[in-house]
Design a protein around this ligand. Sequence first.
Ligand SMILES: NC(=O)c1ccc[n+]([C@@H]2O[C@H](COP(=O)([O-])OP(=O)(O)OC[C@H]3O[C@@H](n4cnc5c(N)ncnc54)[C@H](OP(=O)(O)O)[C@@H]3O)[C@@H](O)[C@H]2O)c1
Length: 245
Amino acid sequence: MQLQRLYPRPGQTTPEQLISGLELGSRATGPRPYLVLNMVTSIDGRAALEGATRGLGGEADRLVFHHLRTQADALLVGAGTVRVERYGRATKSQELRAKREEEGLEPEPVTVIVSGRLNLPADLPILQEAEARVIVATAAQHELEGVAAQVQYLRTGDDLPLLLARLREEHGVRSVLCEGGPTLNSHLLAAGVVDELFHCTSPQIVGGGSEPAMVEGRSLLEPAKAELVWLYEAEGDLFARWRIR
Ligand SMILES: NC(=O)c1ccc[n+]([C@@H]2O[C@H](COP(=O)([O-])OP(=O)(O)OC[C@H]3O[C@@H](n4cnc5c(N)ncnc54)[C@H](OP(=O)(O)O)[C@@H]3O)[C@@H](O)[C@H]2O)c1
């Protein structure tokens, strides 16, 4: 699978090469980890097709998605996404685990699920993985029952900067890859804690009113301005890396 570089200058690479050695943790300054967001949308900006991401993005997007998971200490995701997409183990192969270790990271990221109400079905694949390390950030006081994963709770309510600061201080997390969804994205952007966006545009127009946009829910006081770092193309998918100012 080849990616054609369109910006800053023409060139060619593979998803494996492109998403390597990003050293996101070394960019962390201050009390919170460096945070990058990865999302795919249609040309008309819809972040789901028939309620899920399946069907948006092609093979290159799948590879970029999995290789991004080799670049961060922690994976951050909202409860709505975990429920719909049925999240399982974060690192899907021995090869990807080895890549993480070569990058100086643990073989598996810790998965941080944000769920205000702590409304997560215990039969989620990730919660049934005995080896999975999961942190649940919640406003609720109860614990999940019938789970096999190693689950810890951070009772940080809806305070995402506090959550990030505690991840850094108490769990040594220096880099976070957030995979959405739209509601969590709006809260992160409103709090000003998104450093970068990896965005794939899937070459299709979904239309309709029920599919969410990439950012939904909380309004931003002012638009978050971004600067283009790179732009690649593969089989019609466009891959942009944006640095949020
Ligand atoms: N295109 C893409 O790249 C992409 C990526 C991810 C998801 N999606 C799609 O997006 C849709 C899901 O959207 P969504 O907006 O429901 O997903 P979401 O943002 O993953 O989940 C929303 C839930 O997360 C919790 N939450 C979010 N922010 C919180 C905060 N600041 N404090 C406490 N809890 C917080 C709440 O959980 P509780 O309800 O448990 O309190 C809230 O109901 C699905 O269709 C999915 O396929 C697309």
